[in-house]
Ligand binder design. Structure first.
Ligand SMILES: Cc1ncc(COP(=O)(O)O)c(C=O)c1O
Length: 462
């Protein structure tokens, strides 16, 4: 069968598909998250399969280029998950190739406990010490008021996520990192497409990689850099392409980076830790494959098998990249539907604020919402488990804000960490917060029904 005939067969499969069944309230599930894929993604994956290349190849090169250009970083490096992206980003800061600027075991990293475990785990996996501070209500993001109190003489970095697609206070965080000369990693796994504008009243700080002579990690930037996508503000940033996320390739993620030295380190850690940067299937990109002498290896030892970092193999296949490429074409549409659904849910629940805390976008931010978080107020006198069960009985999917309070998770027992503020809001999230879906696969009748059931349980009437 020719390539054309196969692609025609794929087309016929989609043309002949029956329409999505009508939504039946109380019977049709309303998942909190999901993927929207169709013929374009399948055609792209089939094309990649027919290439027979399998590992990262032409689709991956195009995906990395287009993703970096969308976000506004110099490089995007694909990896096999958002967790792997965080592992690569944090491990890069521990690379001895950064010289005096590298983190060392025992160094402290400021973060939050209300979030996803694999934002924080790579700090522990590298021997660093996470230092937890509280979050703000409503935005569910780090509370910058606690930053100064978290400092010690071992503080070296800040690693935090833009919670559920709502950017954290980038003016405060970048200014703090610039002032204290700290590395910043933005976990954008839930926030692809979100933007932030540094207000005119604030200085704009742009990350810079240090060298031994100039240990400054940040420089003042011009006004033209004020508004950017999240992912451009830190030294490194990360994305996830798991099906719940803004775009998907099944499993997948990416590290975003603009500094050439950091990019080289991150690529090396993704690709076994090797010093060589040849793409799969290529040889001698450096033009001196047998001309290097590194470590205690003999002169001329094959560069392909020379390792300068403690690495992994976290690459994706070209089929995944092909799916991601097709999804990139839809990204702007996905983000605006998520925003519109957020506004719709806010409007439907606007008069419940006595019983429920509704989410608020961070000042100066245009979020790219991942979910719609709400927190039960004490005035409601209701139990979250009862509420989640009620929604579950009505086929309305819910999720918690991931780990709630990480330090209370079983695996944190016996770990080296520090808590540098009260975690009052974090505990409140652990006890009373949950989120419902707003992903592009949900329709207005679904959102109506979800809010109707929420209101019924709250006793807010309709
Ligand atoms: C903030 C955050 N970081 C990292 C991850 C991990 O991504 P992945 O599931 O692709 O490993 C997630 C997962 O949803 C997440 O929400």
């Amino acid at each position: 069968m020719s390539r054309d005939a196969i692609q025609e067969a794929v087309h016929a499969h989609f043309v002949n598909r029956t329409e999505t069944p009508a939504f039946i309230p109380g019977e049709t599930p309303i998942p909190p998250s999901g993927k929207v894929i169709g013929e374009a993604e399948t055609q792209a994956m089939v094309a990649a399969a027919l290439d027979g290349w399998l590992t990262t190849g032409r689709f991956n090169t195009e995906f990395e280029t287009r993703l970096a250009s969308f976000v506004g970083t110099r490089r995007a490096l694909t990896v096999n998950s958002g967790s792997s992206a965080n592992l690569v980003a944090v491990s890069s800061l521990f690379s001895p190739q950064l010289g005096a600027a590298a983190l060392r075991p025992g160094d402290e990293v400021i973060t939050v406990a209300a979030g996803f475990p694999t934002t924080v785990n790579p700090i522990l996996q590298n021997g660093g010490v996470p230092v937890f501070i509280d979050i703000q209500p409503h935005t569910y993001n780090i509370d910058p008021a606690h930053l100064d109190g978290a400092l010690s003489d071992r503080t070296r970095a800040v690693v935090i996520a833009h919670t559920l697609g709502n950017p954290f206070d980038l003016s405060a965080i970048t200014a703090f990192c610039a002032r204290q000369n700290l590395w910043l990693i933005e976990d954008c796994c839930d926030a692809l497409g979100a933007r932030y504008r540094i207000p005119d009243t604030h200085d704009v700080w742009w990350p810079r990689t240090p060298d031994a002579a100039d240990p400054s990690l940040w420089c003042r930037a011009g006004d033209d850099a004020r508004e950017r996508h999240v992912g451009c503000f830190g030294h490194l940033a990360t994305l996830s392409f798991y099906p719940a996320h803004h775009i998907t390739m099944g499993e997948g993620g990416a590290v975003l980076v603009s500094d050439p030295q950091l990019a080289k380190i991150a690529e090396s850690i993704r690709d076994w830790g090797r010093d060589c940067w040849c793409a799969p299937g290529c040889d001698n990109t450096c033009k001196k494959r047998f001309g290097w002498q590194l470590g205690d290896l003999p002169q001329g030892y094959d560069h392909k098998y020379t390792y300068s970092n403690l690495g992994y193999n976290l690459k994706i296949t070209d089929m995944q990249a092909a799916c991601g490429l097709a999804q990139l074409n839809r990204l702007e549409g996905f983000v605006s539907t998520r925003r519109a659904n957020f506004d719709y849910l806010t409007q439907r629940l606007a008069d419940c604020t006595g019983l429920l805390d509704l989410p608020q976008p961070t000042l100066h931010a245009q979020p790219s919402w991942f979910g719609f978080p709400v927190t039960l107020r004490a005035e409601a006198g209701l139990n979250r488990v009862d509420m989640l069960q009620w929604l579950d009985q009505h086929k309305i999917g819910t999720r918690l804000l991931f780990a709630g309070n990480l330090v209370r998770q079983p695996y944190f027992d016996g770990r080296a960490f520090r808590v540098a503020s009260t975690l009052t809001q974090t505990d409140r999230v652990m006890n009373d917060t949950f989120w419902i879906g707003l992903w592009p696969g949900l329709t207005a009748p679904m959102l109506d029904y979800a809010t109707e059931q929420l209101r019924t349980f709250l006793g807010a009437g309709w």
